[in-house]
Design a protein. Structure first.
Length: 283
């Protein structure tokens, strides 16, 4: 019996599509993703459970590589947290903004490795940095996204208009931006689309089933919050010889939550592969 490379389930001899995930199966049992345009045509289904399961199987194929890359992300996040003290210098805010923006092309390496794993390709640690081949569009996308983080930080430190509603509004705007342009980085990397074309295709697709995508994002955020909080709790207890300190927990938890974030990107790649189809074989 052939084995579907997308979901890992066995398929009967002679079948051309996996009955579990719907992907095409070639005679050698490898998944062949057909390029699709989910922004048009019949309304598609957002299979949240399938994306999480497929992402988990992909992670288990290369856990050491993901762990090493997460350490790099951890260093970047620690640098960001150390810089979140108000310094009366415009150069500080410019540097902080650029580091936030660089997070996008850096973390996009998870997309590349995940896509290769879903296509049963061999991966090396250098593949995590293949996203820098698309540095310019990803950096511009990161600069746009970093505006939400930067303004929120300025508001929290009372460097802009003081209003309790302003942080809420910017957080909602950030959520809407993330929801609409969820697939933009992968469309740039996998289909070689220009940034604005990729953003448009992602927005049109996510608008069709935005409640389902919103639920998908919130579920991933909940996973990162729970797992990140558990890791932060263990770090605080061990460092304090099993004594809990709330102040230390508040400082460590944001690091741990962000640390888990890139791992959740794998589920997003599984969703992309299902809805759009993986086009590229080399990145």
């Amino acid at each position: 019996m052939a084995t579907c490379a997308s979901c890992g389930n066995e398929a009967a001899e002679g079948v051309t599509f996996c009955e579990h995930c719907g992907q095409a199966i070639d005679p050698e049992g490898l998944t062949t993703y057909v390029m699709k345009d989910p922004s048009t045509g019949p309304l598609f289904e957002v299979r949240i459970g399938h994306y999480i399961k497929t992402g988990w199987h992909a992670f288990l194929q290369y856990p050491g590589g993901f762990a090493g890359f997460i350490l790099i992300i951890l260093i970047v996040n620690i640098a960001l947290l150390l810089m979140t003290k108000p310094i009366p210098s415009p150069w500080f805010w410019l540097l902080w903004y650029l580091i936030i923006a660089l997070y996008t092309p850096l973390s996009a390496g998870v997309y590349v490795v995940s896509a290769k794993l879903l296509q049963c390709q061999a991966c090396g640690f250098t593949d995590f940095f293949a996203s820098f081949h698309y540095f310019r569009p990803l950096l511009i996308f990161g600069l746009i996204y970093a505006l939400f983080w930067g303004v929120d930080l300025l508001v929290r430190y009372h460097l802009l208009w003081r209003s309790p509603l302003l942080p809420v509004l910017f957080n909602l705007a950030s959520l809407a931006f993330t929801l609409a342009f969820l697939f933009t980085p992968m469309l740039v990397i996998d289909r070689r689309l220009g940034l604005w074309e990729a953003m448009g295709l992602s927005r049109r697709t996510c608008q069709r089933r935005w409640p389902s995508f919103l639920g998908f994002m919130l579920l991933l955020w909940l996973f990162s919050l729970v797992i990140g909080s558990a890791i932060a709790m263990m770090v605080i207890l061990v460092s304090g010889i099993f004594t809990f300190e709330l102040g230390g927990f508040r400082k460590v938890m944001p690091i741990c939550v962000r640390l888990i974030g890139p791992l959740l990107f794998i589920a997003c790649i599984a969703a992309y592969a299902d809805l759009f189809g993986l086009q590229s074989k080399e990145y």
